[in-house]
Design a protein around this ligand. Structure first.
Ligand code: PMT
Length: 221
């Protein structure tokens, strides 16, 4: 649609893979490039929304007109998102948040003194689950990156995190998921309906996702 059908809507999008520090020069991360989140931000802007993009460093150009908030770790992303949650209408969590972080962040660079090094990890907070508990009017959209049992895991996350939409990508399929310009997803809603989409660009997928968000928002008034 060429219309500004999201004018007046405040949208928060997360993008990229979080970086969990080991020491001042090293971190753990994942293969998220940020492309999905940036495509979503671009599309929401095109439709007239006011867009905040909470992003890890990706090397991608920020879409013109976006309010960007740069973060690294899951904890920083959590703070940035929670601070703004009350003021937004829609949240789309395309970021790949690390499930674990190193228990200890060394203040000095680790030295190679031993042949073996054990890194102890602790669980990160689940940002989306926290939003699901806090939400009042916000439309919450989650992503799920799965390698097996896509539907079971996606529906479980949708219910557990109290989401309105879950976009599930089977990241084992060529053309889907991390790093690519395209994606292959199934979108689930709260009613248990699902729509299986063919391979398409992340830009086109962003359009499909916001079409569904608009449907949810307009069914409410
Ligand atoms: O960035 P690209 O290279 O374009 O790749 C896109 C993508 C594959 C990263 C994206 O499409 C995607 O699937 N993002 C979510 C990946 C993911 O972390 O899925 P998950 O199943 O671990 O998490 C489920 C949801 O909970 C996600 O919306 C995630 O942002 C959120 N989450 C997860 C863990 C956590 N501690 N806090 C969270 O908020």
């Amino acid at each position: 649609s060429a219309s500004k059908d999201m004018a007046g809507q405040r949208v928060l999008i997360t993008a990229g893979g979080t970086r969990e520090a080991i020491d001042p020069v090293r971190y753990i991360t994942n293969r998220s490039s940020g492309k999905m989140g940036y495509a979503l931000a671009q599309e929401a802007l095109r439709r007239g929304a006011q867009v905040t993009l909470v992003t890890t460093p990706t090397g991608l150009d920020l879409p013109a007109g976006v309010e960007a908030v740069m973060v690294e770790s899951a904890e920083e992303m959590r703070q940035a998102v929670l601070e703004r949650f009350e003021r937004v209408d829609v949240v789309v969590k395309a970021a790949a948040v690390a499930d674990y972080r190193p228990l200890m962040q060394q203040e000095q660079k680790l030295k190679k003194k031993t042949d073996h090094l054990l890194l102890e990890l602790v669980k990160n907070p689940d940002i989306l689950a926290e939003l699901g508990q806090k939400k009042n009017r916000q439309v919450l959209v989650g992503f799920a990156a799965e390698t097996n049992d896509l539907e079971t895991y996606a529906l479980d996350k949708l219910r557990r995190k109290n989401l309105d939409l879950m976009v599930a990508n089977d990241v084992t399929q060529p053309g889907a998921g991390f790093g690519k310009d395209t994606n292959i997803v199934t979108i689930f809603n709260r009613q248990g309906e699902k729509e299986q989409l063919d391979l398409m660009s992340k830009a086109e997928l962003a359009r499909r996702i916001f079409d569904k968000v608009i449907e949810i928002l307009s069914a409410r008034v």
